[in-house]
Design a protein around this ligand. Structure first.
Ligand code: ADP
Ligand code: MG
Length: 476
């Protein structure tokens, strides 16, 4: 008797059952129905998109082995997913998605060069208990190039990223410095480059790290007397991606360590990819020699996406999630949210959530209502520069005066208020605030904050200023 979908699946299940916990088997495998066998392609029906994602994430290896035992090494799996159209009240329908066969990025093995005793290298990225050093790339497979929609405002950065992924260290884009405001896709693009580079060059070691993590590791390394190990570790990486380097601002010792790592990697022709929320020249309190190195390769910016790109991003996301939404709704969201992609996605999610919660269809009307709340609830990112401009505008004192050294009383007062609000509404350190407002030190900023507090308790007119400005900064 020939094989049928049922018989193949039954054997697969036997194998799976022997290899996982009973509860997991019941949860994830009992509800699956085999529906079709076409040569070496088995189609199984799963109850939801979530189910499919869970299987792909946790059981794809096991499924692959089971299937290959049954159908040979070219066996393929296709999911038929029942899409529950909760949002539109229509009948469920199914979509077919082939198994991506995408496995988690495997840890990379490298031989430690002589000066390092592998047992002593202390780094959280190393998986302990192994002879060779294994490094987890820290890449997130969902931030790939397929998901990164191309548009006018990211074209240069995207194609530079592609070029680097093709020939890491082999282009003149070294370092590749990607900059742009919040939520514009810097982190996504950085991961995409890493993933594609790894795919093109499996033998190369890729490592993604945020500047915050890098700094913390450095501090830990110094405290446990492993500063050199830390530097050596990073000097072994072929493709190093450091996200948000503006956070190195003001951190002298970490900058120094990074400088040694950078030079070593660059000399060896290894690829360095950096991201930042501003161009190299505008990063405050960064050593000049580092800033000049950031400019050695290519600096490419990401700007807020135009309407077409916003529309395409939303459409892609909706399709990926298998949700049905009328085009006019997508159009309306794309027209209303302009600042950044994170907000665009956030808005879409909140509309879907609203519809699910109230069991309503996603209509233009519902979208308009949700948008009003969404826009009112999303506070702007407040920058120190924005605060200075508001203060200058409020007191009719030119911006340059606030930035200057002048000790004129009204200017000093405006400057102190700007410092006070910068402390209140941004995450910047005292010294960073000082350097951005009239190039003062952290003690001056601290003094300004105390003065404003004291005065607003004792001086009614002054308290009026503080309240006015507070309203302007938070509302406008
Ligand atoms: P940043 O690091 O610049 O603050 P992220 O990379 O975290 O921004 O991007 C914010 C969100 O927007 C992420 O969910 C990301 O996947 C998405 N995103 C940004 N740019 C694009 C794009 N061009 N196509 C698709 N999604 C994007
Ligand atoms: Mg980011």
């Amino acid at each position: 008797m020939g094989k049928t979908a049922e018989s193949v699946w039954k054997n697969c299940l036997k194998f799976v059952k022997d290899n996982i916990q009973e509860q997991a088997f019941k949860t994830w495998f009992s509800p699956i129905q085999p529906i079709k066998l076409n040569e070496n392609i088995l189609t199984i029906q799963v109850p939801s998109k979530f189910f499919y994602e869970w299987l792909e994430e946790h059981y794809i290896k096991l499924l692959k082995i089971a299937l290959q035992k049954e159908l040979g090494k070219d066996a393929k799996l296709v999911y038929s997913i029942v899409m529950d159209q909760k949002y539109s009240g229509k009948d469920p329908y199914t979509v077919k998605i082939p198994s991506s066969n995408r496995e988690k990025i495997q840890p990379q093995e490298i031989d430690a060069p002589l000066p390092i005793d592998s047992k002593k290298v202390k780094n959280p990225f190393i998986i302990p208990g192994l002879q060779k050093i294994k490094i987890d790339s820290q890449l997130n497979i969902s931030n790939n190039f397929n998901n990164f929609i191309e548009g006018e405002t990211n074209r240069l950065a995207r194609s530079a990223g592609k070029a680097v992924a093709k020939r890491p260290g082999g282009t003149s884009f070294n370092p590749l410095f990607i900059y742009g405001g919040v939520g514009l896709g810097k982190t996504h693009l950085a991961h995409a480059i890493g993933l594609e580079a790894k795919e093109n060059h499996p033998d190369k070691t890729v490592l993604y790290v945020s500047t915050e993590k890098f700094t913390q590791q450095f501090i830990d390394a110094v405290q446990s007397n492993n500063r050199n190990d830390f530097i050596h570790f990073y000097q072994m990486i072929d493709i190093l991606i450091i996200d948000d380097v503006q956070f190195l601002s003001g951190k002298k010792a970490t900058q120094e360590a990074f400088f040694h790592i950078f030079n070593h990697l660059h000399q060896k022709g290894n690829q360095i990819i950096l991201t930042s929320d501003k161009p190299p020249v505008d990063i405050q309190e960064m050593e000049q020699r580092l800033i000049s190195r950031f400019k050695w390769g290519l600096s490419a910016d990401l700007q807020a996406p135009d309407y077409e790109t916003r529309f395409a991003i939303l459409k892609h996301k909706v399709e990926k999630d298998g949700i049905e939404i009328p085009e006019e709704v997508i159009d309306h969201i794309a027209k209303s949210i302009k600042s950044n992609v994170r907000e665009l996605e956030g808005c879409l999610n909140s509309i879907i959530a609203q519809a699910t919660l109230n069991k309503k269809e996603i209509t233009l009307e519902l979208t308009q209502k949700t948008l009003v709340n969404f826009i009112n609830n999303t506070r702007k990112e407040i920058s120190i520069d924005y605060i200075q401009r508001l203060v200058s505008d409020y007191f009719k004192i030119p911006y340059d005066q606030i930035q200057s050294k002048t000790r004129k009383r009204d200017v000093v007062q405006a400057r102190q208020l700007a410092m006070y609000f910068a402390k209140k509404y941004t995450k910047a350190s005292l010294s960073s605030i000082g350097s951005q407002i009239g190039n003062r030190d952290h003690a001056t900023v601290l003094h300004a904050c105390k003065t404003v507090k004291n005065l607003s308790e004792t001086d009614k007119v002054f308290r009026g200023y503080v309240e006015d400005l507070n309203r302007k900064i938070t509302v406008e």
